[in-house]
Design a protein around this ligand. Structure first.
Ligand code: NAP
Length: 292
């Protein structure tokens, strides 16, 4: 697919950006600028290194410069909750902001509204990339950091049948389990490995970012032969040791590229009010991350 040609930058060009720390390896500009060009918008999407101490100033600066919106990545998603004028239901539900929209709420005044597009992106990618039915599924979730917590809460809300949570720091998995139990008292949430088969094992730890990393689970307590499908939120490298081992154990597998794509496409839809060109954005992302 040939990349759409962007409108030339002029005085009416508007900007969006992702703020993060670090931001150097972000694939979002490639994906978003391809989507923006395909929609024929005179916008550009930038990547900005923003230290958490300066996040409030950076958001205010973007607002004053007429930005359309910004995305937030590590470590800003929780901090931003306190820095926007209003929270969309998505940000309130998942307790984190990854997308801000600047919207004129009165002549001369611009309000900031925080959204969360990460949670829906996780379940959309699981369903589309693994063709898995999440309702009633038995799931083992590895990791209880920011992404793991969001995934756990979203899977619970989506009606999974049984959720096993495992994290290096067990108290964090227990805290997420308690939060889920409070929201969904009927759901079976267990801190620890399943003894029988699961429909899905999901890696939400950062183990696998380096090829020499060990597997993100204890192979004396769990075997990938117990799982039908395996998903790794990591997308670079394309095949982590976890996904390689899962393939060898005959699991269906997918990496986290779809999750990145769907959180970004939803952000573009919020800002533009148009349907995001998913195929164009996916192709740009794959080219940026994998070089083809
Ligand atoms: P985070 O908040 O820093 O959480 C990191 C998680 O990894 C925690 O559960 C942590 O356990 C665990 N961990 C780190 N080092 C470990 C080690 N040596 N041994 C065992 N466990 C270890 O990060 P995050 O934002 O949740 O991100 C988690 C992963 O998801 C990352 O790989 C990130 O790249 C990926 N991610 C992908 C997308 C996407 O769009 N595809 C989006 C967000 C995140 P402790 O709690 O014990 O420290």
């Amino acid at each position: 697919m040939s990349a759409p040609f962007p409108a030339p930058i002029d005085s009416s060009t508007r900007y969006c950006a992702v703020f993060g720390h670090p931001i150097k390896h972000s694939a979002s500009p490639a994906m978003q600028n391809a989507g923006i060009a395909a929609l024929g918008l005179n916008w550009r999407y930038l990547a900005c290194e923003v230290h958490p101490d300066h996040l409030r100033e950076a958001i205010a600066g973007a607002k004053r410069m007429g930005f359309v919106g910004v995305n937030l990545t590590v470590p800003h998603k929780l901090l931003a909750i306190e820095m926007v004028d209003a929270l969309d239901t998505s940000a309130r539900t998942w307790g984190a902001v990854n997308t801000i929209q600047f919207e004129a709420d009165a002549p001369g005044n611009v309000a900031t509204r925080g959204f969360n597009t990460d949670a829906d992106a996780i379940t959309r990618s699981l369903q589309e990339d693994l063709s898995i039915t999440l309702r009633g599924a038995r799931v083992l979730l590895l990791g209880a950091g920011g992404a793991g917590r969001t995934a756990a809460l979203k899977l619970a809300a989506h009606g999974v049948g049984e959720l096993h949570l495992v994290n290096r720091t067990e108290s964090k998995a227990a805290a997420v389990a308690a939060e889920i139990q409070q929201r969904h008292p009927g759901l079976k949430v267990i801190v620890g490995y399943p003894k029988t088969e699961v429909d899905l094992v999901l890696n939400a730890t950062s183990l696998g970012l380096r090829l020499e990393d060990r597997l993100p689970f204890d192979d004396k307590k769990f075997s990938l032969r117990q799982a039908r499908a395996a998903y790794d939120m990591i997308y670079r490298p394309a095949e982590t040791p976890f996904l390689k081992a899962a393939k060898a154990a005959s699991c269906l597998t997918a990496n986290g590229l779809g999750m990145l794509l769907y959180q970004g496409s939803k952000a573009l839809e919020i800002w533009s009010g148009q349907t995001a060109p998913i195929a164009v954005m996916r192709a740009a992302l794959e080219k940026n991350v994998y070089g083809h």
